[in-house]
Design a protein around this ligand. Structure first.
Ligand code: TXA
Ligand code: MG
Length: 367
């Protein structure tokens, strides 16, 4: 299959004639990758069984992992889901359009049950990216879209990443430049006065707390309230975001207990450990990779074959935007052993550490 590439003006996407063609492909059952403010998505008409099936085939995705439905505006979500929970309108007001996915009770009948993998809930998100919004509104149908990577690979933050994974397997790629946040949306489920965070992402826990101060917020790892286990997003059980090399995340002991101002200075033992492990791998003839923060640039002179900065510890948004491209670069360069500095799990740091840990297959060292 030939994959058609559509270059779009990010600022004024309606001016790009190929966007109409991409929308008409979507309407007629095609699968089209497009940029969102989190990562690139692989879209299909959510009401069309065959089109949705093609997403699973192109990605090699297990059929028990449900897809998020993307709409161009929030005003009609009650056509697809029960939006009666009082937090829905408050969260929508505050975070939509944007990187928040709400998992809500499904209204039967209008969405292919391949989208929900047979669950009685549906994940809905209103993306903010101007290209995504224009494309969805031109298509005029709800768009089911997972991240546009082959299953298990890092999510794509550039059209070139989509080409790398899916060229020849999908109908079109809409290229609107770099995605934005760089990590996927936050997926939440509501249950009485609880907000379960099924996947940390572009909207962080502090922002959710600020929006609904009276809610108990429960995240998968750390139970912030007194209540039980969070129900998990089926997708979180699969290995994800993984580079081909063996990756280890190293972080200071007790990092999460330190004040922000003291964190950068607590990496001394982390740096020594990473340096000596990289040296050992290199002596064994392995090609090595390093992911580090700018504060420690001078400490790692010539320590790894491929060294990539995630930016400053004080600007973790930059790290989020760079992470997946960095993991793909290690693969392209044939890196076999990777060490990555970890960070504190606050703000966007929670989602960043979640992805780093998964990329490393939970291989974490504290020093
Ligand atoms: O930022 C994003 O969310 C991107 C862009 C394209 O919108 N999409 C994305 O989709 O990351 P995907 O399919 O790669 O990840 C969706 C996650 C999976 O872990 C899936 O299991 C979970 O959301 N999910 C979707 N529907 C769900 C539901 N009804 N109940 C529980 N989890 C659900
Ligand atoms: Mg994904």
């Amino acid at each position: 299959m030939k994959t058609y590439l559509c270059q779009v003006d990010r600022v004024d996407p309606a001016r790009s004639p190929c966007l109409r063609e991409a929308a008409s492909l979507l309407r007629s059952g095609g699968v089209v990758a497009f940029p969102t403010e989190t990562v690139y998505g692989l879209g299909a008409n959510a009401a069309n069984d065959l089109a949705v099936e093609r997403i699973f085939q192109a990605k090699g995705r297990p059929s028990d992992n449900p897809l998020i439905v993307h709409l161009s505006d929030a005003s009609r979500i009650s056509e697809w889901v029960d939006d009666a929970h009082p937090y829905v309108s408050r969260l929508a007001e505050r975070f939509w359009p944007g990187p928040l996915t709400m998992v809500l009770p499904l209204k039967e009948g209008r969405i292919s049950n391949k989208v929900t993998a047979g669950l009685s809930t549906l994940g809905i998100r209103i993306p903010e990216h101007p290209v995504a919004r224009e494309l969805i509104s031109l298509a005029g149908c709800p768009i089911a879209a997972p991240s546009a990577n082959r299953s298990g690979r890092p999510s794509p933050t550039l059209a070139a990443h989509v080409q790398e994974d899916l060229e020849g397997l999908i109908d079109a790629i809409v290229d609107g430049g770099p995605a934005g946040v760089g990590l996927e949306s936050t997926v939440i489920e509501l249950d009485e006065d609880r907000i379960h965070v099924l996947r940390p992402g572009g909207v962080n826990i502090e922002q959710l707390k600020d929006a609904i101060p009276e809610a108990y917020i429960i995240s998968g790892t750390e139970n912030i309230s007194h209540t039980g286990e969070a129900p998990r997003a089926p997708g979180m059980k699969y290995t994800h975001y993984a580079p081909k090399g063996r990756m280890t995340v190293v972080l200071p002991k007790d990092l999460d207990k330190l004040d922000k101002a003291d964190q950068a200075a607590s990496y001394g033992a982390v740096v020594s450990y990473i340096r000596s492990e990289l040296q050992r791998a290199s002596e064994q003839g392995e090609k090595t990779g390093l992911l580090y923060f700018d504060e420690h640039t001078g400490d790692y002179h010539r320590c790894a074959d491929v060294a990539i900065s995630l930016g400053s510890l004080s600007m973790l948004e930059t790290a989020a935007a760079r992470l997946y491209d960095a993991l793909r670069t290690f693969d392209q360069q044939g890196v076999k052993v990777i060490y990555a500095e970890g960070c504190a799990q606050e703000g966007v740091g929670l989602a960043l550490m979640n992805r780093l840990q998964k990329a490393a297959g939970h291989q974490i060292v504290r020093r």
